[in-house]
Design a binder for this molecule. Structure first.
Ligand code: KG4
Ligand code: ZN
Length: 351
């Protein structure tokens, strides 16, 4: 019988926003994915408060690490390498994860890799459906980002095709929810309200889709005009003494977001001749966005890959998965001297 050497055990640490994530991965096999979220602490502020998130990471990092080790039934001594999100993200939040990872690297004498959060989202897909056949186009949509990436080689080549010029898609969901009296985080509440509404009853603008915008911002997004359009519509209804049909507004808004996201991502696949799309981020939980993406990918002959929700939202396993790819490619470790980079460009997969 042929003996297959076991792939290295990679510990991944993620603290770029409001989720403290610690994951353990071998190759593309998921062993543990422990996450502690501070989302409840941000509810009364209607959005993530960086200082609150950093404090929560400090409190959660050790218990989350312990939980991941227990779930995977391994000890720290078994870990072969450590990967940590170096950016992009909130500076104070990133520092907690990077400090913890550096301390572990020194204590265990194991190599440390500072990796790119956005590319990590794409790597997470490999834990769901096995190795990706590159190149892929990734549509990343969450409270913190809205990007279209092209990943040619997961360990060392990613290109930013487009991004939001203002609000992230999730932020738009959160702000519009507040406008129509729904709670934070707005996404799930808008989705629920929209189920009872008629998306075609109101037309809201699709940002950056005019002919002129398509030449300058082909794969970019803008949601601030949409948010303003919803605010104006609600104000007018109230001024005229009409009650606001919350389900209809929610459905029409959700349709505008889903339409523009999926239209541009499919266009990117077509024009770049890429046959696989990866959909990730917290907003990818939205059933209308998922359905419309699936529909439009099928029409265009594009394979759609999407990990389960716990791998779609921010987590440590995605960072471990990217770490595993980086180790397999034989890239040099980042050492202990690197700093976090809040605006780390996507072209830099490892710092
Ligand atoms: O990826 P994620 O969990 O966290 C970060 O942004 O770091 O994404 C959170 C965002 C929030 O803005 C939330 O409103 C949105 O994802 N979201 C949704 C849905 N579930 C969560 N947006 C639309 N529809 C949903 N079902
Ligand atoms: Zn993310």
């Amino acid at each position: 019988m042929e003996l297959v050497a076991e792939q290295p055990l990679i510990l991944g640490i993620e603290t770029s926003c409001d989720e403290t994530g610690v994951g353990l991965v071998r190759g593309t096999t998921l062993l543990a994915n422990a996450v502690a979220s501070s989302v409840d602490e941000h509810v009364r502020f209607g959005g993530v408060v960086p200082e609150v998130a950093s404090r929560a990471h400090l409190e959660a990092i050790v218990p989350t690490l312990d939980r991941a080790l227990t779930d995977a039934q391994v000890t720290l001594d078994d870990v072969d390498a450590i990967a940590v999100t170096a950016g992009p993200g909130l500076a104070g939040a990133l520092m907690v994860g990077v400090s913890a990872a550096k301390a572990l690297s020194i204590a265990l004498g194991k190599p440390l890799y500072g990796v790119n959060h956005l590319v990590g989202h794409v790597a997470a897909e490999q834990l769901e459906n096995g190795p990706l056949t590159e190149p892929v186009v990734a549509l990343l949509v969450s409270g913190g980002h809205t990007e279209i990436l092209q990943v040619t080689e997961i360990a060392n080549a990613a290109e930013l095709l487009g991004q939001t010029l203002d609000d992230a898609a999730g932020e738009a969901f959160d702000k519009v929810a507040r406008l129509i009296g729904l709670k934070y985080p707005g996404g799930p509440h808008i989705q629920r309200a929209a189920e009872e509404g008629d998306a075609s009853s109101i037309w809201f603008p699709r940002g950056l889709t005019s002919q002129r915008d398509m030449s300058r911002h082909r794969y970019d997004f803008s949601f601030s005009g949409l948010k303003t359009a919803v605010a104006r519509w609600v104000e007018t209804a109230e001024r005229e003494g009409r009650s606001v049909p919350v389900p209809d507004v929610a459905a029409a808004f959700q349709e505008a977001v889903a339409d523009v996201l999926t239209r541009k991502a499919v266009l990117a696949c077509r024009e770049r001749d890429v046959r696989t799309m990866v959909l990730a981020g917290g907003v990818a939980a939205n059933s209308r966005i998922r359905d419309l993406t699936r529909e439009r990918c099928a029409e265009a002959g594009i394979e759609l890959r999407q990990p389960r929700l716990s791998l779609c939202t921010d987590n440590g396993a995605m960072i471990a998965a990217l770490g595993a790819a980086v180790v397999e490619h034989g890239l040099p470790p980042s050492g202990l001297e690197f700093a976090t980079d809040s605006s780390l460009p996507v072209t830099q997969v490892v710092i």
